[in-house]
Design a protein around this ligand. Structure first.
Ligand SMILES: [Cu+2]
Length: 100
């Protein structure tokens, strides 16, 4: 293998990892419990564990849901795994699923 082929191989091995590392949503999901669910306003109050990407320790707080549809199958008291990020200045749940 010549030097250029080797470099191309290195690049192809490294590239798949790069977008995952750059995206804030790549953070591992955080455990939480739904305390309040307001479908009308699309907000959800969650008692959550540590959120390193938001510099938060465990607490109970309200988030905006990225889409109202993502709250459809959930109810108060549900244990969840979720990701949150700051979107347009608002703390927003970007993904949410029932914890198994
Ligand atoms: Cu918080």
């Amino acid at each position: 293998m010549n030097r250029y082929a080797f470099l191309a191989l290195c690049a192809s091995l490294l590239l798949p990892a790069a977008p995952a590392m750059a995206a804030p949503e790549a953070a591992a999901p955080t455990d939480g419990v739904i305390r309040r669910l307001d479908r009308a306003s699309g907000t959800v109050t969650i008692t959550h564990g540590e959120l390193p990407n938001l510099n938060m320790g465990p607490m109970t707080m309200s988030f905006k849901a990225k889409t109202p549809a993502m709250l459809k199958s959930l109810k108060e008291g549900d244990k969840i795994r979720f990701r949150a990020a700051e979107v347009k200045g608002e703390l927003t749940v970007t993904s949410i699923e029932a914890a198994k």
